[in-house]
Design a protein around this ligand. Structure first.
Ligand SMILES: [Zn+2]
Ligand SMILES: [Zn+2]
Length: 638
């Protein structure tokens, strides 16, 4: 007999060798039907895996992220079989999951075209219909290498495997693929699928290797969820920030500097509104602001470790025969500022913020509008403290981050905590203290989080903040990283109570990440309809004819006196044409004025997204607009 502990803490006695699937059936038929895989002592396994000793077991369903990924990965096997059956010369490389889907890299000389997708999908559906179980077969590394001799891709995969037991999976028929698993219990558990696209991809991302074909697909538990996903993709196309950036004249890119954004004047208004807010929040949370140089001597980057670990992503230059690097991060500069004077424990915590412009080389293939650029501005900050202050400092950063995200209208967050990796520096004691401090801070704030065991940086554990936009896309924005390495490398010290010199704890943190990317995310989240406080132009005054131009100018002056961003359309267009033009600019407010409004000192307000117009006195409109800006109100209606 073995004792199984379930996630709710209850226990169950089972006979040795009971499979996870049988266990799910014992718990309840509903769970057994929904089961996708199981987690035994934290390890994801197939439902057919027997439980042979006391263990904690969690049944994973498609409602869990991990279950969904297992379904998508199982679907990748099915797609691979479908492709191999249509093009028998196909050589398979690998088929991982990605956000919302999966891909399979294949080596096939004949190009697969979108016109082929329906045929692949049909074959996949056939395989799903047979509802054949996924069967795992294990063998030694040597046996596996022997079995796949001559297949350079799969041999390479075996050589990269971290276990000495190599597994293969089949799902009925002759098709079999090298894979560590786990998979769904049977093909019939895959829901609704679609082959999405095909693109070229080098083997191992190495341009000296053969160009493979990467076939992308997606799979969802139900047809309804698949349709909703496809609809969101359509909506995302319309909201593409590169498109809206051009249409709204916010920013541009030029061949003269690929990956370097040119921010236009309207874009700068958004930028400055973000930065003003950033500054006020950091002031409130007790940060000082500094600015450090963009170009610094190469020696510094040897000392910081960037030379050894990050050189490929850095830009270098030479001044008077001396090598310099363009900074990819702000922290080394900050360390030099820290060292300009002595520090005492009494000063801690020290919180230092910097809107640092950094350069990181990205391959030309991966750049994407403002999302992936080569120069960007980090809303960076570093905290120096003693170990006992870690928890309260982390709480402070979490509160600050949530305040910032909410101000921009993001309410759907999730947090991930990454712990000690195998390769790390620093004593186990300091890792334990700081990882516990991170956990305690999250628990203190009653925040649910996911743990990524062993996924921390080699120099310390970290917390990442992800937010979901209105299209349910997840963006990693903020990060909090503890660092046991850099203070030592730079010889940073403080004088402790007992008069001895000690090394402070250093925390790196960013909330928005990159301001450029953050603006891109905001544009897509709002589809260009930015909140009032961020809008480059908050109101446009539209005189119904030339006769009302003077009154329109008076209204404009009044608004400008109160720092509202506005302009008047003095063109000779008809009023409907003026309204249509202002509408395309996605303005929050249009103020239509004619003789009637001039006589009563009013404006006729058209509110973005609201059907009815409203006539109000100018002063009242100004008061309402000002209040909405101060409150960062996302709702324009009044
Ligand atoms: Zn697999
Ligand atoms: Zn840093």
């Amino acid at each position: 007999m073995a004792k199984v502990t379930l996630p709710d803490g209850s226990t169950l006695e089972i006979t040795d060798g009971t499979t996870a699937k049988q266990l799910a059936e014992q718990i309840g038929p509903g769970l057994a039907r929904a089961a996708a895989a199981a987690k035994v002592n934290g390890q994801l396994v197939d439902l057919s895996t027997p439980v042979t000793a006391d263990a904690t077991v969690q049944i994973i369903t498609l409602k869990d992220d991990e279950g969904l990924q297992i379904m998508r990965h199982s679907c990748a096997h099915i797609m691979a079989e479908a492709i191999c059956s249509i093009w028998p010369d196909t050589k398979l490389v690998y088929g991982p999951t990605i956000e919302n889907g999966f891909y399979y890299d294949i080596d096939l000389d004949e190009p697969i075209r979108p016109a082929d997708f329906p045929q692949i999908e049909e074959k996949m559906r056939e395989i799903i219909k047979t509802d054949k179980p996924f069967i795992r077969k294990e063998m030694s590394r040597a046996e596996a290498l022997n079995k796949l001799a001559g297949d350079k891709y799969k041999t390479d995969n075996i050589n990269h495997a971290d276990s000495d037991t190599i597994s293969f999976y089949s799902h009925g028929g002759d098709f079999e693929d090298l894979c560590r698993g786990p998979h769904l219990h049977s093909t019939g558990k895959v829901g609704s699928l679609k082959v999405m696209s095909v693109a070229g991809a080098y083997w191992h991302g190495d341009p000296t290797q053969k160009m493979l074909q990467r076939v992308y697909g997606t799979a969802w538990p139900t047809k309804k969820e698949l349709d909703e996903h496809l609809q969101r993709l359509e909506e995302a196309k319309k909201r593409d920030h590169r498109l809206l950036g051009r249409q709204l004249d916010l920013f541009s890119f030029n061949e003269a500097g690929p990956g370097f954004a040119f921010i236009h004047s309207k874009g700068m208004i958004i930028w400055n509104a973000i930065v003003d807010f950033w500054r006020s929040v950091h002031d409130k949370y007790g940060y000082q602001e500094i600015k450090t140089p963009v170009i610094l001597n190469e020696e510094l980057w040897h000392k910081s470790g960037h030379w050894d670990n990050y050189k490929e992503n850095m830009y270098f230059t030479n001044v008077e025969g001396i090598g310099y690097a363009i900074k990819p991060m702000n922290c080394p500069g900050l360390c030099l500022v820290y060292k300009t004077r002595k520090h005492s424990y009494r000063e801690f915590p020290i919180r230092v913020a910097e809107l640092g412009v950094v350069h990181r080389h990205e391959a030309s293939g991966v750049m994407h509008g403002l999302f992936r650029v080569r120069q960007f501005t980090i809303d960076d900050a570093h905290i120096f403290c003693i170990p006992q202050q870690i928890e309260s400092e982390i709480i402070g950063v979490i509160e600050l981050a949530f305040e910032v995200y909410r101000a921009f209208g993001f309410e759907d967050f999730h947090i991930e905590l990454s712990t000690k990796p195998i390769k790390h520096i620093g004593s186990d004691e300091i890792w334990d203290i700081s990882t516990k401090a991170l956990k305690d801070a999250l628990e203190h704030k009653r925040i649910e989080y996911k743990i990524n065991e062993g996924d921390g940086a080699f120099y310390g554990p970290k917390i990442d903040f992800h937010v979901r936009d209105c299209l349910k896309r997840s963006w990693q924005l903020g990060t909090i990283q503890l660092d046991f390495s850099m203070p030592q490398r730079f010889g940073l010290v403080y004088t402790d109570k007992d008069n001895t010199e000690k090394t402070p704890v250093m925390i790196h943190r960013a909330v928005m990440g990159s301001i450029e990317r953050f603006i891109g995310i905001l544009i897509e989240h709002y589809g260009g309809n930015l909140p009032l406080w961020l809008s480059p132009e908050q109101a446009k005054i539209l005189p119904i004819s030339e006769k009302s131009n003077d009154y329109a100018r008076i209204v404009q002056d009044k608004l400008k006196d109160m720092q509202l961003r506005c302009s008047v359309d003095l063109s000779n267009e008809k009023i409907n044409a003026k309204i249509a033009k202002a509408y395309s600019e996605k303005l929050p407010f249009m103020l239509v004025v004619g003789p009637k409004e001039a006589q009563s000192n009013t404006v006729n307000v058209r509110i973005r997204g609201v059907k009815e117009t409203k006539t109000v006195e100018i002063d009242k409109f100004i008061r309402i607009a000002k209040r909405k800006i101060t409150d960062k109100d996302l709702d324009l209606a009044f």
